[in-house]
Design a protein around this ligand. Sequence first.
Ligand SMILES: NC(=O)c1ccc[n+]([C@@H]2O[C@H](COP(=O)([O-])OP(=O)(O)OC[C@H]3O[C@@H](n4cnc5c(N)ncnc54)[C@H](OP(=O)(O)O)[C@@H]3O)[C@@H](O)[C@H]2O)c1
Length: 314
Amino acid sequence: MSLTMKAVRIHAYGGPEVLHYEEPPIPKPQPDDILIRVRAAAVNPVDWKIREGYLQNTLKHHLPLTLGWDISGDVVEVGPQAAGFNIGDEVYARPHIERDGGYAEYIAVRASEVARKPVTLDHPHAAAVPLAALTAWQSLVEAAQLQAGQTVLIHAAAGGVGSLAVQLAKARGAKVIATASALNIGLVTELGADQFIDYTRTRFEEAVKAVDVVFDTIGGDTQARSWQVLKPGGILVSVVSPPSKAIAAERGLRRAFVFIHASGEQLTAIAQLIDEGKMKPHLHTVLPLAEARQAHAISEGGHARGKIVLHVAD
Ligand SMILES: NC(=O)c1ccc[n+]([C@@H]2O[C@H](COP(=O)([O-])OP(=O)(O)OC[C@H]3O[C@@H](n4cnc5c(N)ncnc54)[C@H](OP(=O)(O)O)[C@@H]3O)[C@@H](O)[C@H]2O)c1
């Protein structure tokens, strides 16, 4: 094996021009790591938020930094304390966000953050799953404890997180009301949404009332208007900004802010749902690793349909 690899890194914070396709050393796995040969890596909004330097006060990073925390590939080395995997296993992961990411031919990941990839998905589709599906799982299952028969309003249902959240909510037996623009009515309905609201024409709070859960992936004014559609005791879960404690208390509602944590265990449960045909990722586009700048530009545009994926190796 050569000592270097192709990777996309940043040496300074800034616009897409700070992304550089270069040849750093292959990472050395820690004792509890596995080394993964990356086949595909997904792009998420957090990648360009980190690239811009917006999260410098929240997350600890060293520069140069390899971006990308959503990968699918196969195991090429197993650390002495990394249990549960063998060389050649096909795996997927949302690695720890404060370590070097997966816009690279190789990544070292803690074994506890890795799971066997869904057997029914190829690597580009599998890479599209971990970060968005864990976010949906930790928001709907852990924070909201969404139950069969409940109703959930999912904002940005055509996005990376929303498109998996709709399917997860349906798999749990909930009724789903989804927002997106008219362009995405076909996609969102196909994903299983029971009711579609074109947010560009209809104020959702005029069309929805008394839901059990709102899943907010937009923040700002969308979050502020979301309180009024909840039934008493309902919960507003955001992954963008913490909903106000004072407003929740005043209205007899609950709130939660979720910042995703890595979990191989949850990824195993998600792989099972996918292999049972209950959930599948939708890909907006697949681009070569060297075109990460273009991938970031699409993500920053805010209108991706599903996930943007970088192809790393066949
Ligand atoms: N806290 C965490 O752990 C965590 C984890 C994952 C993601 N996030 C955050 O969650 C947000 C969403 O992530 P993502 O990956 O799903 O983003 P994304 O894929 O880029 O979302 C794009 C989607 O947003 C829709 N959209 C834009 N404005 C909208 C509006 N006002 N109402 C309804 N839909 C709207 C677009 O639909 P149209 O084209 O139809 O407008 C598009 O389909 C990001 O800010 C991300 O950083 C946080």
